[in-house]
Design a protein around this ligand. Structure first.
Ligand code: EPZ
Length: 420
């Protein structure tokens, strides 16, 4: 697929659009199939590069993965002998690391590549490993791989508190291992993100005994084995937020349907503070911009606050605000690769350690920019929609990792955007 997006602005987006299934829910839910004695079916799964990469990792781990219809993943284990997740695959999609917990719990062995870093930060996995060790896994690091073994995991109390708050995929890995451990496990300082609740709901549908999902303390009573199950993936709250911010930055009116507004509360409140009119229904939100946004300060924090995965998109919006805004990211303080590219589009952003100050301007100016990571690419697309003239977003493949044809969704709202 072409790797550049050409955008002509400014455009005013108007109309309705539906969000796809959540990438960050689907990925750990896919890994959970490794625990199941029967087939696992995920309805509403997003068609994304990252989902395809997780499917590739699972196929190499003896799982049959098929797409049924256009949004349903049919998965079942056909061979339990493989235990390797290769560096080539894991480095390209970090969330593959989520196969570690299920593999150790169900197969008693796992050889999973350390993911390595990425554009948004160092991305350590120390909390994942500490949690699995506490459950009784013997873990060694060899030649860039985590080598984990356990005859039978045993329940315990695990504290997942980290220097930057809870770990989402760390909670997924530990939870997915604890469900087959002998006895009770208590996970303290667990992530409360909706994607973890969704993973837990799938595990419960498979026969797991879990309480406290969505709270910082999750209690698990281990069971002997887990059956297959069918689950629907929750809508992607990050994509929904991105689409709403697209409406706001273009001075338009956009209705995003097929979503869970309760997953977006902090973002909707902040949008209202910028002066946008925001109406939330049962499964849809409509944003209507009233002129240029007012400047607001944004601090990205763990759920239920404004998520780090929307921080870059907020910076794009605030680049056009009336007034000066301060943006901080407490989860990934160095997640700032989009700043230099937004500056190329005319934004006035001064970066300092752990944050940035943005002095809004009336109109950005189109330019050639380069995406460095998934959410930075979304921010550059949003800025391009509002900028005067032509914007080319290079390395747009990042966008396809986490958004199901965002270009088509935006074009459906009136954006002049095409691949090249
Ligand atoms: C998940 O990544 C998401 N990915 C990320 O979304 C998201 O930005 C992040 O959670 C925070 O919400 C998936 O769910 C697949 P963390 P994850 O472990 O689990 C530190 C996107 O754009 N930490 O919650 O890897 C870590 O460095 C992606 O969709 C440790 O110190 O993030 C960070 O500062 C990007 N030790 C903080 O915790 C550990 O062992 C939160 O990281 C693990 C993490």
């Amino acid at each position: 697929m072409a790797h550049c997006l050409r955008i002509t602005g400014p455009t005013r987006l108007e109309g309705e659009v539906r969000a796809s299934g959540s990438k960050n829910a689907a990925l750990p839910m896919m890994a959970a199939v490794l625990l199941a004695e029967g087939p696992v079916v995920l309805a509403g799964a997003p068609q994304l590069a990252d989902v395809d990469r997780m499917a590739q990792v699972l196929r190499e781990l003896g799982v049959e993965v098929l797409w049924d219809e256009d949004d349903t993943l049919q998965m079942r284990v056909i061979d339990r002998r493989p235990v390797h997740a290769r560096y080539k695959l894991v480095r390209r999609m970090r969330a593959s690391f989520c196969v570690l917990g299920p593999l150790v719990a169900r197969r008693g062995e796992a050889v999973v590549s350390l993911p390595g870093g990425c554009a948004i930060g160092q991305r350590p996995v120390d909390l994942h490993l500490a949690g699995l060790r506490a459950l009784g896994a013997r873990i060694a690091l060899r030649h860039g791989y985590v080598v984990a073994r356990a005859d039978r995991l045993h329940g315990t109390t695990i504290d997942l508190a980290g220097p930057y708050g809870p770990t989402v995929t760390g909670t997924a890995n530990v939870l997915s291992a604890a469900v087959l451990a002998e006895g009770q496990t208590t996970i303290e300082h667990a992530a409360v993100e909706p994607e973890i609740v969704e993973l837990g709901n799938l595990l419960i549908a498979m026969g797991a005994k879990i309480e406290g999902l969505g709270t910082p303390t999750i209690r698990v009573d281990g069971v002997e084995q887990l059956a297959g199950a069918t689950c629907r993936v929750i809508p992607d709250r990050i994509e929904a937020a991105t689409l709403l911010l697209a409406g706001a930055i273009t001075g338009g009116q956009v209705r995003v349907g097929g979503i869970v507004p309760d997953h977006l509360t902090a973002i909707l409140d902040l949008l209202r503070q910028t002066g946008c009119r925001v109406d939330a229904g049962a499964d849809a939100v409509t944003v209507r911009a009233e002129g240029r946004p007012r400047a607001v300060d944004v601090t990205a924090e763990p759920y239920p606050s404004v998520p780090t995965d929307v921080q870059a998109q907020w910076m794009a919006l605030l680049s056009t605000a009336e007034g000066t805004s301060a943006v901080r990211d407490t989860v990934f303080p160095s997640r700032m690769a989009h700043v230099a590219e937004l500056v190329r589009l005319g934004a006035r952003i001064d970066q300092h350690d752990g944050g940035a100050v943005i002095r809004g301007i009336a109109r950005l100016s189109g330019a050639v920019v380069t995406a460095r990571d998934l959410r930075a690419s979304a921010a550059l697309v949003l800025a391009g929609l509002a900028a005067e003239g032509a914007t080319t977003v290079r390395a747009a493949r990042h966008l396809d990792r986490g958004y199901q044809r965002l270009d088509l969704k935006l074009a459906g709202l009136g954006a002049r955007i095409e691949r090249s």
